[in-house]
Design a protein around this ligand. Structure first.
Ligand code: GLV
Ligand code: MN
Ligand code: MN
Length: 413
């Protein structure tokens, strides 16, 4: 018999509001960059909260945190629930942390009812999902999935010159548990949708069937710094002008390939960034996504052709590197079925969705049955301090996840 265990919506909400203080901004958002002091505060809080429930908490070589509650059969790999505690520089209160705190709320519910699952339960905080400070993103889960070695993560440098490995040690989260060789019976990740569909259609729970492919690129354009007053227009090699034309070219390409294609230049550094110097060097990033990997490849080919045709006539040279690729993912049919059953059990309305955003579930799906659940967020606004979901929306996703976990666990008995 699968029990009816009800989460405590108010307790979930209170933990969301309490933890939003770690890096809380004046505009009501959160700035909790990976491996910052604020990230450490949230991690310490999460660790304490799990230990208070009697969980054993371990930290692996890249700082992923695992809080484990034993099951009846500890020979089984754990059923995991998790997401991330880090945020964008102007992030909100829900992206990432909702999935971690929903796992904690599920754990608290199991704890207070004394319910024993068959498999152990593990709540996970994956390190550096955002990739905002240290690129690429979804890093901790990628190392666990064997996409990178820990040494790769440790070697990353942020734009201010800080090193990932040193920062991990500084905040006390360079653990000694091996990242490789972990097994999970299943992994469920609850996340806000970060898009407008559920909110617009007033649907309570998103059943996520997969994730679109995404690639990140870094481009350095080199021209020649020169005096703005004394250098004739015909004699300039203006790296910012070339980069601005590329911003437009990339945007036009995505519009032409819409609605499924999206492409964005999100970060630009202009050197020397002085009002009376013709810019001599520019660094910028490109983020391109599409649900079909073949079309994503066509977008890459077109972007490369644009770089040559836009920059070369301006006398500019450039270096372009694809620093990250996450192919399109289809989630586990069995886990998707458990989510549907879980939502139905509590009477929630559902809609199938493919995730436009990247999530740790993408890499974990390579090593274990994995799926995701989406909660609505107001107007689909995310990666923004105004990000907003209600107590009821967060609770519906959390309750669905707990129901789905119990459904899946009952099949392991
Ligand atoms: C992660 O938030 C991403 O989709 O870039
Ligand atoms: Mn996220
Ligand atoms: Mn995010």
């Amino acid at each position: 018999m699968i029990p009816n265990l009800s989460i405590n919506p108010q307790r979930l909400w209170d933990t969301l509001m309490e933890t939003a203080e770690f890096g809380g901004t004046a505009k009501g958002g959160v700035k909790r960059l990976t491996l910052s002091d604020e990230d450490k505060q949230a991690r310490d809080w999460f660790k304490r909260a799990c230990e208070a429930l009697g969980c054993s908490v371990t930290v692996d070589q890249v700082g992923n945190i695992y809080a484990r509650r034993s099951g009846k059969r500890n020979d089984l790999p754990p059923i995991a629930m998790g997401s991330h505690l880090d945020t964008q520089p102007t992030g909100g209160k829900f992206d990432g942390i909702l999935g971690v705190l929903a796992g904690l709320e599920a754990l608290r519910t199991l704890h207070e009812t004394g319910y024993e699952t068959n498999a152990p339960i593990e709540i996970i905080n994956w390190t550096n999902e955002e990739g905002s400070r240290f690129a690429p993103g979804m890093l901790g889960s990628a190392v666990v999935a064997g996409v990178y070695k820990p040494e790769f993560a440790w070697s990353l440098i942020d734009r201010d010159g800080s090193n990932f490995g040193a920062e991990l040690e500084r905040i006390g989260y360079k653990g000694d548990t091996q990242t490789g060789g972990r097994a999970f019976s299943a992994m469920f990740e609850l996340h806000i949708e970060q898009g407008p569909i559920l909110d617009k259609e007033k649907i309570e729970v998103g059943v996520v069937t997969g994730m679109q492919g995404m690639r990140w690129y870094e481009v350095t354009v080199t021209g020649e710094s020169a005096h703005t007053g004394a250098t004739p227009m015909t004699m300039r090699k203006n790296a910012l002008l070339g980069s601005a034309r590329m911003v437009d070219a990339i945007d036009r390409m995505a519009h032409e390939m819409a609605p499924s294609a999206v492409a964005t230049v999100g970060m630009i550094e202009n050197m020397p960034n002085s009002r009376n110097v013709v810019p001599g060097e520019v660094f910028f990033t490109i983020d391109m996504r599409h649900p079909d990997d073949e079309v994503l490849q066509q977008m890459e080919d077109r972007m490369r052709a644009e770089l040559a045709s836009v920059l070369t006539p301006l006398g500019l040279s450039y270096e372009e590197r694809c620093i990250w690729s996450s192919p399109a993912v289809k989630f586990s049919p069995e886990l998707i079925e458990c989510v549907r059953i879980g939502a139905k059990k509590s009477g929630y309305t559902t809609k199938d969705l493919v995730s436009g955003a990247g999530h740790d579930a993408a890499f974990i799906s390579r090593i274990a049955p994995t799926t995701m659940i989406f909660a609505p967020c107001l107007n689909g606004i995310s990666h923004n301090e105004a990000e907003s979901s209600t107590l009821e929306e967060c609770a519906a996703g959390t309750q669905t996840m707990l129901n789905a976990v119990l459904e899946f666990d009952s099949r392991l008995g």
